[in-house]
Ligand binder design. Structure first.
Ligand code: PEP
Length: 251
């Protein structure tokens, strides 16, 4: 049985003290939740302090990015081992904001995902079409290319443990979330392509999250769809109250 994952992407928000305050409130509010995995992904600067705060709790820690090399002359970058060392178990890779503003390609995303595995981090690989691509009716083509290129060359074990986050770019931070039917359709498609790449077992086992303006008001309709194994949440994860409500929908 797959454990659902509720991941909060805090993006470039929260000072260290704000991040610690948020996770402290969250920790107390969800301490009884055992049936889902809870993950927070603060900015790099807050990882150490947040890790100290969540030690021994049911909250996991993730980074929002990593660099693919293990060490060396790469000024300003953070290696997978450093992220592991600071207490992370997950890393978000290829978020659409990184693809858009930092020109990350499927090829780079794939290298980063493999580098995450080397450091025993679980990569959460983000894919999703832009509004223009949806309007041009090329969503399936775009998603297939992203899956085949970003998720290629994994071992069978890696193919089961990676997490895929479907995040239509037009729904991220816009308040416009995709209809549950649209999400279900794409999640089924993702599993179909994934099955061609890694077989039915991996396609059944891989967790596919949805992300895009998920909040406590719209999550109940999404929850009715069978192929959504959790959520990657931006805005609504920045307040303990709304993130707690989302987590409790799984109970
Ligand atoms: C995200 O950052 O991955 C995201 C889905 O953001 P939001 O929930 O704010 O749309």
């Amino acid at each position: 049985m797959k454990k659902p994952l509720m991941a909060g992407n805090w993006k470039m928000n929260k000072t260290v003290s704000e991040a610690v305050g948020l996770v402290k409130t969250l920790k107390n509010a969800v301490s009884d939740v055992m049936n889902i995995e809870i993950l927070v992904c603060p900015a790099f600067t807050a990882l150490y302090a947040v890790n100290n705060e969540i030690r021994g709790s049911n909250i996991n820690l993730g980074a929002q990015n990593l660099f693919l090399e293990p060490k060396g002359a790469f000024t300003g970058e953070i290696s997978p081992m450093m992220i592991k060392d600071i207490g992370c178990s997950y890393a978000i890779i290829g978020h659409s904001e990184r693809r858009q503003y930092f020109f990350e390609t499927n090829e780079l995303v794939n290298k980063k995902a493999k580098a995450a595995f080397v450091a025993t981090l679980v990569p959460i690989v983000c894919i999703g079409e832009t509004l223009k691509e949806r309007e041009d009716n090329v969503t399936f083509k775009v998603i297939e290319k992203q899956i085949r290129e970003s998720l290629s060359g994994f071992t069978l074990e890696q193919s089961c443990s990676v997490v895929i986050a479907y995040e239509p770019v037009w729904a991220i931070g816009t308040g416009k979330n995709a209809y549950p039917e649209q999400v279900q359709e794409i999640h089924c498609f993702i599993r179909k392509i994934y099955e061609q790449m890694y077989g039915k077992n991996a396609a059944d086992k891989v967790r596919v999250l949805y992300g895009g303006s998920v909040n406590p008001r719209n999550v109940s309709d999404l929850m009715k769809k069978p192929d959504i194994d959790g959520y990657l949440v931006g805005g609504a994860s920045l307040e303990a109250e709304s993130f707690t409500k989302l987590i409790r929908y799984f109970k």
